[in-house]
Design a protein around this ligand. Structure first.
Ligand code: R5P
Length: 290
């Protein structure tokens, strides 16, 4: 039997497209939510030995259990090699105990997910204190990057841009995007005091205010990192910045915040399905999976 692509996402469009790109079959599933809030999953066709499971793990707390049920039943029904494709891998930012008594959730989440698959493929995971996925996940980890795709987008749409990374962690994405786009980049200093309390500092000599700033970061969650950066750039006289986030997490109110602060175009990739997802990562995934 051919490799199959399967998902328990509400919207299976991306999984169906991935199956087409890979010339694999699509393995349909059925999800159910019981009146008491528990969930059920059913696989609706025979299960081959090789299965790729595409999972949208934004807002992971509600999605983790249905995914675990699916991965477990696939194994029971004959899957021998399961590749979990989580284009957005959550729970990586808590990579140390920042305050006494805190759970290191990246570690716990990895322990929960690892036994269900042989391989994990993801895009631009927030690896900061961990160098590699395998430092925390007990399976084969493959890390892809959407930064070159962001660079291609910038080259085409903002050739006079300057790429701005809001903090030191962003340099890994910003540098690659800048090389690909053929433009300069600058990295700011960020201080985070709370979930929605962030400040950034622009370097003194940041030059030509005719250049269009293009903010590039991995995650847009509350939007405060980008909003503070936009505010600082606007005060220095720069035009409305273009904002590119790899992962469109967008907590409630984030998009409105960016608009109110003076963002230009805001766009993301489709690691998480979202109306602002103008950069398609499915071909990148397909190339890594074939
Ligand atoms: C943190 O280091 C990440 O790279 C992002 O900058 C951060 O997650 C963005 O979060 P928010 O939108 O809530 O400021």
């Amino acid at each position: 039997m051919k490799t199959a692509v399967c998902t328990c996402d509400e919207d299976d469009t991306r999984a169906r497209r991935l199956a087409e790109l890979l010339d694999a079959s699509f393995l349909p599933t059925e999800k159910h939510r019981f009146p008491d809030g528990e969930s059920g999953v059913r696989v609706l066709a025979p299960v081959p030995a090789d299965v790729i499971v595409l999972a949208d793990l934004a807002r992971p707390d509600e999605k983790f259990l249905p995914l675990a049920f699916l991965l477990d039943v696939l194994r029971e029904l004959g899957a021998r090699r399961i590749t979990l494709v989580a284009p957005y891998l959550p729970y990586l930012r808590q990579d140390k105990r920042f305050r006494e008594g805190e759970a290191v959730t990246s570690c716990t989440f990895a322990k929960l997910l690892s036994p269900f698959a042989e391989r994990l493929v993801t895009i631009d995971p927030h690896l900061h204190r961990y160098r590699r996925l395998e430092d925390v996940y007990a399976l084969q980890g493959d890390v892809l990057s959407a930064a070159p795709l962001a660079g291609d987008w910038i080259r085409e749409h903002v050739p006079n841009g300057i790429i701005v990374g809001p903090d030191m962690e962003s340099e890994q994405w910003v540098k690659q995007a800048a090389v690909r786009a053929g433009v300069e980049y600058v990295i700011l200093e960020k201080k985070r005091r709370g979930d929605r309390d962030v400040s950034v500092r622009l370097p003194g000599g940041l030059g030509d205010t005719h250049q269009v700033p293009v903010l590039v970061d991995d995650i847009i969650s509350s939007g405060h990192t980008m909003a503070e950066t936009i505010g600082e750039l606007r005060r220095r006289g720069f035009p409305p910045p273009v904002c590119i986030g790899v992962h469109a997490v967008f907590a409630d109110g984030a998009e409105q915040l960016l608009e109110a602060t003076g963002a230009g175009r805001v766009l993301t990739t489709n690691t998480i399905a979202h109306p602002r997802a103008d950069i398609d990562i499915l071909p990148l995934l397909a190339a890594a999976l074939c």
